[in-house]
Design a protein around this ligand. Structure first.
Ligand code: ARG
Length: 587
């Protein structure tokens, strides 16, 4: 493995080595408490933290560590009540740049090697169009898949499609009774997306009829029974609904550039044959009890407004299973069959009580052993322009495909307005990368649990914390590197050159890449990576401001700066890829 230990790791190692020489054995293995610092590259508070136990004044302890460190590649001093400030030698920072450029994967290690994570994300519902509510789960889940895999983890993608339930009996009945609605014999009418749009409309019509016509309710119930008991014609109709919807979802996934394929689909119906067994096991283990004819799980800490316990209903009074039973069977399957040691559920924050109860039930039943972690990864809501939940003028949900169209059009205008040398075809391609990227980035850069307002103009802005801004920063670097290539094809880094402050700041920022990816993986928070990339682009702007590259005053300085530009471009491109954004070479 060719991991390049990051600057902060080097600082930690140096402080630990000094601790081993200065402190008694029982204290020398403690955390070195190294953090990035404004006063130096890094600061350690270990002098303060361990002074008491070491039986010496903090400044004194810090001073002893400092004098040990003086022999190494860090310049150290002590400030305040006993802070240890560390500054890495210029030579060593240049060496880091060289090593990262030469290493595969920018020298980032594989800390997740040997782990196996199931990620549950996207999960739209069959016979309905994907709407803005599915955007967050889809892009956050996709980024987590990418980051965990990049860090060496094994990742199993699971698309828990909403493909089962009494609503399908109702819809199939309605479609049969209304040949004039155009569902049957629609074969030549447009693509999957258009067909799902039609289904979405018919579904709503079916609901209306269901609400108003008692006879239809009866016939729909009959269809539900037919579907559940495997009636040939009914399951055939259902399979068709699933196929059309899945094809339409796939079109959107491809357009969004997310990694999901049909092979990742394991819809709710996948678990139907396990539900009886799951209920049985829950009853036997005592995790669930019969209550009022239903099979329920009760929790001490889950009560309604009246203080009465609110159960998780595994099986309804009428014998039917719902969302909860399916999720229990799914979880059991993910641990037993898929051998997950971590399961991430990227699902709307409004479902947190559901997951709390499902996880607690699974623990009780012994399906979630101690070494396995099940985590609900909740996210906030996408709001409309007024800061209220996003709805169409008619009060309906907003179709995702339409939003993407609008974003690509806006990005096209924004890119075309800037001076550029792109052909028409290149411009179209860049607009797609920028428009789709803008939507994804706006979502991913928002602190995961916060709501955000969907504002296309702001999303495609070339200024500020946007995907387009980062893509431009990357493309500008590639253009610069292309020009340099012509003059100086193989620049080599001279580690003996002193660092300018802006160069130093940029290198230190680049050195933080692996650390931020580990944080994204641990906390399941891609917005940390977005924030990192934005800070990197800002450090790059500072660098441009004070350090001419092509016009550097000596060839050696130009070579060093070109290396720095190349590492920055590669890091931006890699980071954007891990967010699921494209990084065009030219814009
Ligand atoms: N289909 C569900 C919805 O649209 C989301 C499913 C999430 N995953 C799960 N295992 N429950 O709300």
């Amino acid at each position: 493995m060719t991991e390049v230990l990051a600057a902060m790791g080097l600082a930690e190692r140096a402080v630990r080595e000094a601790m081993a020489r200065v402190l008694p054995e029982d204290l020398s293995g403690r955390d070195a408490l190294v953090r990035p610092s404004e006063h130096a590259d890094f600061q350690s508070n270990v002098g303060l933290a361990l002074a008491k136990e070491a039986g010496r004044p903090p400044r004194d302890l810090a001073e002893a560590l400092r004098s040990e460190l003086a022999a190494g590649p860090f310049a150290a001093d002590v400030s305040g009540p006993g802070f240890l400030n560390l500054r890495l030698a210029d030579r060593l920072l240049w060496a880091q740049v060289t090593a990262r450029l030469a290493a595969p994967r920018l020298g980032v290690g594989l800390p997740l090697a040997g782990s196996r994570t199931v990620i549950d994300y996207s999960a739209p519902n069959i016979a309905k169009e994907m709407h803005v509510g599915h955007l967050r789960t889809t892009v956050i889940g996709d980024s987590l898949v990418r980051v965990l895999s990049f860090l060496g983890g094994e990742v199993v993608r699971q698309n828990h499609l909403g493909d089962w339930g009494t609503q399908f009996g109702m819809l199939i009945q309605y479609l049969d009774e209304h040949p004039e609605a155009g569902w049957h014999g629609r074969a030549e009418q447009g693509d999957a997306a258009a067909q799902v749009a039609l289904l979405d409309t018919l579904y709503r019509a079916a609901r209306k009829e269901f609400e108003r016509d008692q006879d239809f309710v009866e016939r729909a119930r009959g269809r539900v029974v037919a579907l559940q008991s495997g009636d040939e014609a009914t399951t055939g109709a259902w399979r068709e609904l699933v196929a059309v919807s899945t094809a339409a979802f796939q079109q959107l996934y491809d357009r969004l550039g997310v990694l999901l394929t049909e092979a990742d689909s394991a819809g709710e119906s996948t678990y139907n044959h396990l539900l009886d067994e799951v209920a049985e096991e829950l009853l036997h283990s005592g995790a669930a009890v019969e209550s009022d004819g239903a099979l329920c799980v009760f929790f001490e800490d889950v009560t309604g407004p009246d203080g009465a316990p609110v159960p998780l209903i595994v099986r309804k009074k009428d014998g039917g299973y719902g969302y909860a039973a399916t999720d229990l069977a799914t979880l059991r399957h993910r641990v037993r069959e898929l051998r997950a040691d971590r399961i991430l559920y990227v699902v709307d924050a409004r479902q947190s009580l559901h997951f709390k109860m499902v996880f607690a039930t699974a623990r009780r039943a012994g399906w979630l052993p101690a070494g396995v972690e099940a985590v609900h990864v909740p996210f906030g809501t996408v709001m409309g322009p007024g800061g209220t939940p996003f709805k169409t003028r008619e009060g309906g949900t907003v179709r995702l495909a339409e939003l993407l169209d609008a974003a690509v059009a806006a990005a096209h205008r924004a890119v075309a307005d800037k001076p550029h040398e792109l052909s028409e075809a290149e411009l179209d391609d860049v607009a797609r990368a920028a428009g789709i990227g803008a939507v994804k980035y706006a979502d991913l850069s928002t602190s995961r649990t916060k709501n955000y307002v969907f504002d296309i103009d702001q999303m495609v802005s070339l200024q500020g914390n946007t995907g387009v801004y980062l893509q431009y920063a990357h493309a500008r670097l590639r253009t610069l590197l292309g020009k340099a290539q012509a003059v100086d094809p193989a620049p080599e880094v001279d580690p003996g050159l002193p660092l300018e402050p802006a160069e130093r700041a940029l290198i230190l920022q680049l050195e933080g890449f692996g650390q931020v990816l580990r944080e994204v993986a641990d906390e399941a928070e891609p917005h940390r990576l977005a924030g990192y990339l934005f800070a990197l682009a800002k450090a790059l702007t500072e660098f441009y401001g004070s350090c001419p590259v092509l016009k550097a005053d000596t060839p050696a300085r130009r070579a060093n700066r070109l290396a720095l530009c190349r590492l920055t471009a590669d890091t931006l491109a890699q980071g954007l890829d891990l967010l699921g954004l494209r990084a065009p070479e030219r814009m």
